[in-house]
Ligand binder design. Structure first.
Ligand code: NDP
Length: 485
């Protein structure tokens, strides 16, 4: 399959592609072969200024339009994205290395879902009326202004839409900086929004490394920052935003628990563990990488898991049969392989895989460790690769304490047939996004986000509106004003 939709320049500002070759070149590498497939240039100060000016200038007019008009444009963009799903999926596969089998059903489609959902919601965003005797208060739900989105590299189309759609629905303008590892997909989102009728300047994309993100975050014209990234980056960006008293959404990393009780349907629990550890080659923030399995079913679970993993088809991500692709970069593969070495050295037992695969591209086998204990590095740190840690447990109270004993709190899951236990366990999880007898579902209708070090705010659902708008309160006096003198 060929890339037919490659963007034509590095940045998208004020409704069109913009280039400035004075910026540091960033090579875009196809993870399946290691080949350079494109080069973009990091934003220079002049490009950053253009984007900020465009976003600031366009925002007021957009906010003044009715929600119905704004929403219509977003819904039209959703339709265009769905029509072009095939080409956008191929681009996503070139950008990330994720198999077409995944990208064709997850990336542009979930981006389109967000545009459709928030497009539909735009017309419903209202304030309220509060009667106080004959006086009254009304509230106006207003846009924040200029929103900066900064993305990670694992879901470049989805992240660009998850941030852009609610921001635009609420009347904001957006400047999005993709990860420098996957710069291409967000440009297509910008192009499609303009094609759908979005006025110029409202959705801009600028490329660059962390310093470009940092320059955007600290600019006084920016009112809100939404980051998807690691906890260390989140700490820096949150602190920089606080300096300017800006709104933030932080979607950060995790080390999420999945608990499999002795009464669980083992086949479903194995499916959940596969989805929650090996989809996108394990490069998913909400993955349930600490799989606590009850001692009574541990061996049955591991046996079935190994059998199922042997069915994974590792290879060319463009082949629709391929179900496990390369890592996004050599660097990310080396990080994951380094953790596997640590796991071995600290005494965990490899049950499956764990080796690099010789040849072109950044391929490694999925890896399952058993006999993992809570203090091991592979049970404490986010790996962001296909490395599952299986830990034993016998007692519910004990496993809950262990599940919550982490600085992170993004997601958590439980597999059991006991209804009461399922809800009790979920209530006890210190995590923002939970699953019962499932793992990693992320429909746009459901709030998504973390607690503790995993983040602040929520994406998707009605909850996202609170993070992209603010309420103005207006007191209306109907009679005379009484003053003390
Ligand atoms: P990073 O934290 O390295 O980077 C995230 C983004 O922030 C990148 O665009 C990066 O630019 C930018 N950035 C880095 N430093 C700064 C700075 N000082 N100021 C402003 N921007 C900056 O994360 P990764 O890209 O490596 O993504 C993996 C991480 O993302 C994992 O921890 C994962 O859990 C998390 N994640 C969280 C999700 C969630 O929704 N909770 C979803 C997906 C991933 P650049 O890299 O181009 O230099």
């Amino acid at each position: 399959m060929r890339m037919q939709t490659q963007p034509t320049a590095s940045h998208f500002i004020n409704g069109k592609y913009v280039e400035d070759t004075a910026g540091t070149p960033i090579e875009v590498i196809y993870p399946a072969t290691g080949e350079v497939i494109a080069t973009v240039h990091a934003a220079t100060p002049a490009i950053i200024e253009q984007a900020l000016e465009a976003a600031k200038t366009a925002q007021a007019g957009w906010a003044a339009m009715s929600g119905t008009e704004r929403g219509r444009i977003l819904r039209r963009a959703a339709d265009i994205m769905r029509d072009r799903n095939h080409d956008l999926s191929i681009l996503e596969t070139f950008d990330t290395g994720k198999p077409y089998q995944e990208t064709s059903v997850v990336d542009a489609t979930s981006g389109a879902d967000a545009l459709e959902y928030f497009g539909g919601m735009a017309a419903t965003l209202t304030g309220e009326h509060i009667q106080l005797g004959e006086d009254w208060v009304y509230t106006r739900r207003e846009a924040l202004g200029v929103c900066v989105g900064i993305g990670a590299w694992n879901y470049p189309t989805q992240i660009a839409c998850w941030k852009g759609a609610p921001a635009l629905a609420c009347g904001n303008s957006v400047i999005f900086k993709p990860s420098e590892t996957t710069p291409l997909c967000a440009l297509k989102v910008a192009e499609i929004l303009v094609e759908a009728g979005l006025p110029a300047g409202l959705y801009n994309v600028v490329q660059g490394l962390g310093e470009v993100g940092a320059a955007l975050v600290t600019d006084p014209r920016v009112d809100k920052v939404s980051l998807t990234g690691s906890v260390p980056t989140g700490r820096k960006v949150y602190a920089a935003a606080a300096e300017g008293m800006k709104h933030v959404t932080m979607e950060l990393g995790g080390k999420s628990p999945m608990i499999v009780f002795e009464d669980a349907d083992i086949e479903n629990a194995v499916s959940g563990a596969i989805l929650g550890n090996f989809y996108s080659s394990g490069q998913v923030c909400s993955n349930g990488t600490r799989v606590f399995v009850h001692k009574d079913i541990k061996e049955a679970f591991l046996t079935r898991l190994s059998e199922r993993l042997a069915d994974a088809k590792i290879g060319d991500p463009m082949d629709p049969e391929t179900s496990f692709g390369p890592m996004v970069s050599k660097q990310q593969m080396d990080i994951a392989l380094g953790y596997i070495e640590k796991g071995r050295a600290e005494g965990a037992r490899i049950v499956y895989g764990g080796e690099a695969i010789e040849g072109d591209g950044f391929y490694m086998q999925p890896c399952v460790f058993a006999d993992v204990t809570d203090d091991m590095t592979i049970a404490r740190e986010e790996i962001f690769g296909p490395v599952m840690a299986v830990l034993d447990f016998e007692d519910e109270a004990d496993v809950m304490a262990r599940a919550n004993d982490t600085e992170f709190g993004l997601a958590a899951g439980v597999f059991t047939r006991d209804l009461t236990r399922a809800h009790r366990v979920v209530a006890g999880f210190e995590a923002g996004t939970c699953f019962i007898n499932s793992y990693n579902d992320a429909p746009v209708e459901a709030p998504f986000g973390g607690v503790k070090a995993s983040g602040v705010g929520r994406e998707n659902s009605k909850a996202a509106i609170e993070h992209y708008s603010q309420v103005k309160s207006v007191y209306v006096r109907m009679g005379d004003v009484e003053a003390p003198f």
